[in-house]
Design a protein around this ligand. Structure first.
Ligand code: SF4
Length: 254
């Protein structure tokens, strides 16, 4: 008998993309529960819980309704059809987390249905689960991947996994960009290493240096640091290095 795939969600809501080169577009956010990392700057601790019993569906701006986990593919497609009717045209469906790729078995079944239903798919990911990426890559339109600097995350490095992930993503039809969160604690050597990693794989991929939003002992970089680091990344030969803060924070969006 065919196995019914299930997913554990944290929330579904509509908002404005606040990060990266597509900042400002209207998206429906499908936030998956669970993450394998524990970045010190994490601003979505609610999404770190694995297999929560409930998730939140935005029923009106600023108002949420509790729904039961897990959810099956048909249920998700129906819910999202209703959301789109309610909120009108949006740029895309943002798969976010947590780490959406932890639920790749579900995505592998759900994404073809969602594409057929007319959704463009935008994946926000920690950028190290390359095996899972390979399972769903052909259904993605945008890949917004992180490269995590240990000096900022307080976690072990993942250079090799990031390299494999980026190679796969850039070899696909999906539009790919790389986000690197930088804080006052950022190590120049790590940043240079990250920039060289991207340059070796795909010199034209946009690299976004995202200043950390101050949070739980994580400090925002100074203006001087940001200017130096952008110059440093460009000096490795990368063609497109931008500094873009988390704009949804300024706009009061979630
Ligand atoms: S990868 Fe993202 S969701 Fe996971 S701990 Fe880091 S910031 Fe939080």
């Amino acid at each position: 008998m065919k196995k019914v795939q299930k997913a554990w969600l944290a929330e579904i809501f509509t908002s404005i993309q606040g990060e990266g080169p597509l900042v400002g577009v209207r998206q429906v956010f499908l936030r998956f529960a669970g993450c394998h990392r524990r970045c010190e700057f994490c601003d979505t601790p609610a999404a770190l819980m694995h297999k929560p019993t409930v998730w939140l569906q935005e029923s009106a701006p600023g108002r949420d309704q509790k729904r039961a986990n897990p959810i099956i593919v048909d249920e998700l497609v129906t819910i999202l059809r209703g959301v789109r009717k309610e909120v009108g045209p949006v740029h895309s469906l943002s798969l976010t987390g947590g780490e959406p790729l932890l639920q790749a078995d579900f995505l592998r079944v759900a994404l073809p249905c969602l594409r057929r239903a007319g959704w463009s798919i935008y994946l926000e990911t920690t950028g190290d689960r390359w095996r899972e990426l390979a399972m769903v890559l052909s259904w993605l339109d945008f890949v917004a991947m992180d490269i995590k600097l240990p000096s900022v995350t307080g976690q072990a490095d993942a250079w090799s996994a990031h390299r494999k992930f980026l190679k796969l993503a850039t070899a696909s039809r999906a539009e790919t960009f790389v986000k690197i969160v930088v804080s006052r604690e950022t190590s120049k050597d790590e940043l240079r290493r990250a920039a060289r990693l991207v340059k070796k794989v795909a010199v034209y991929v946009p690299v976004i240096l995202q200043p950390a939003t101050p949070h739980a002992g994580v400090h925002a970089p100074t203006a001087t640091q940001l200017a130096c680091w952008q110059a440093l990344a460009l000096a490795t030969g990368l063609r497109d290095v931008r500094v873009i803060p988390q704009c949804h924070v300024f706009m009061g969006q979630r």
